[in-house]
Design a protein around this ligand. Structure first.
Ligand code: PLP
Length: 396
């Protein structure tokens, strides 16, 4: 396959395809748990070392899943990838496959709730020391990394406050400390981010979000060097059971074909809508990394020059009551907690995704009672603008 020189948009459509003898156009779904061998000797040989197009058991790998892994790797510019049952299986695998008792992990504090649970509740039970820092504060990273660390974990664009973490600067500090840098890149999307080029060692995605993009399936993927993926991660994941289903891999492959178009359209609409809301009297703040008013706008544009994401947040005046009035008056935006979907979605983090956190932690993270996260979909932006205006008119 000659993928060199092709743009990411092209790779997202063609990379990794494996055609069966029928020459099908659309990728085949190999909905099979296992594979047969022509002889006992062939079975023995495959268990000693499986070739690149040889499979043993779907928990280890499957042709449809492999197509998805190779396409994701080509898109991301990674040597290899391993697909997982969900984004959390990817995050857990990327961490657990390389940690042991006595190791230190340094992570940014502003994380997706389940990622925070792994770091705060699970890893310490196994004797892993976890230090959480304000991800935007390079001095805090430097101090926390001074004693050395095995791994660094961060969300490149934090949920839901949309703080941007300087991947290049944190990676340089982490590498000096001997740490492997794992970047959860969901909000940045595979279209806009090149975390590996900025110094990350491992990138994880919940493909449930933009890659599916139509709210159908859970999925995740871990990307990195061939050595890391095949020698460290694969043994952990294939024995602990986080494999992606072939059906979900097929849905994700189809999602990748339109990913570039969708994400660019969604990000353009997000920018227009966020810009249109700035200065609205019912709002204390509009937060979008693509707006010059974002405290890290320059970094956001440097790190993601082609687009700053499909999600923005607003802080509605009147706290929870104001936010609920806004949300309940919307007619097009659906109330849910997915993001990156074709359908525009609103989330009230303080009472849903971040409800588990204490009020102090929420305040420290900037998750105010009036904060509403808005994932912009593929509807006509003019209709979305009218819907947001309707919501804000209801705030009073
Ligand atoms: C959704 C999400 C996850 C978890 O992914 P699932 O597919 O729901 O398991 C992890 N990190 C971030 C940033 C997410 O948005």
């Amino acid at each position: 396959m000659t993928e060199r020189g092709q743009s990411r948009r092209t790779r997202a459509i063609h990379a990794g395809i494996r055609r069966s003898g029928y020459g099908e156009v659309a990728e085949a779904i190999f909905l099979t748990q296992g594979f047969v061998y022509d002889s006992a000797e062939k079975a023995e040989a495959r268990f000693i070392e499986a070739g690149p197009d040889e499979f043993i058991y779907a928990r280890y790998g499957n042709p449809t899943v492999r197509m998805f892994e190779e396409r994701m790797a080509a898109l991301e510019g990674a040597e290899d990838a391993f697909a997982t049952a969900s984004g959390m299986a990817a995050v857990n695998g990327a961490l657990m496959c390389q940690l042991a008792a006595g190791d230190r992990v340094v992570a940014s504090r502003a994380l997706f709730g389940s990622c925070l649970y792994i770091l705060e509740d699970i890893l310490p039970r196994f004797g892993v020391e976890v230090v959480l820092v304000d991800g935007t504060d390079l001095e805090a990273w430097r101090t926390a990394l001074a004693p050395g660390a095995r791994a660094v974990f961060l969300e490149s664009v934090a949920n839901p406050t949309l703080d941007i973490i300087d991947i290049a600067a944190v990676s340089a500090l982490a590498h000096d400390a001997g740490a492997c840098v794992i970047v959860d890149n969901v909000f940045a999307t595979p279209v806009f981010s090149r975390a590996l080029d900025h110094g990350a060692d491992v990138v994880v995605y919940s493909t449930t979000k933009h890659v599916d993009g139509q709210g159908r399936c859970l999925g995740g993927v871990v990307l990195g060097s061939r050595d890391f993926i095949r020698k460290r991660l694969e043994p952990y994941l294939k024995h602990t059971g986080g494999a992606m289903s072939p059906f979900n891999a097929w849905v994700m492959l189809k999602g990748l074909e339109t990913l570039d178009l969708r994400v660019r359209a969604q990000a353009q609409a997000a920018l227009e809508l966020a810009r249109g809301l700035e200065g609205h009297p019912a709002l204390a703040r509009v937060i979008y990394p693509g707006l010059p008013s974002h405290p890290q706008h320059a970094l956001a544009v440097r790190q993601m020059p082609e687009g700053q994401g499909t999600v923005f947040s607003i802080d509605v005046k009147g706290g929870k009551e104001g936010a609920f009035r806004f949300i309940n008056a919307l007619e097009i935006f659906t109330i849910s907690n997915n993001l990156g979907d074709a359908k525009s979605i609103v989330t009230h983090p303080a009472t849903t995704t971040h409800q588990r956190l204490s009020e102090e932690t929420r305040a420290a993270l900037g998750i105010t009672p009036g904060l509403v996260r808005i994932s912009v979909g593929l509807e006509d932006p003019a209709d979305l603008a009218a819907d947001l205006a309707r919501g804000l008119a209801a705030v009073g």
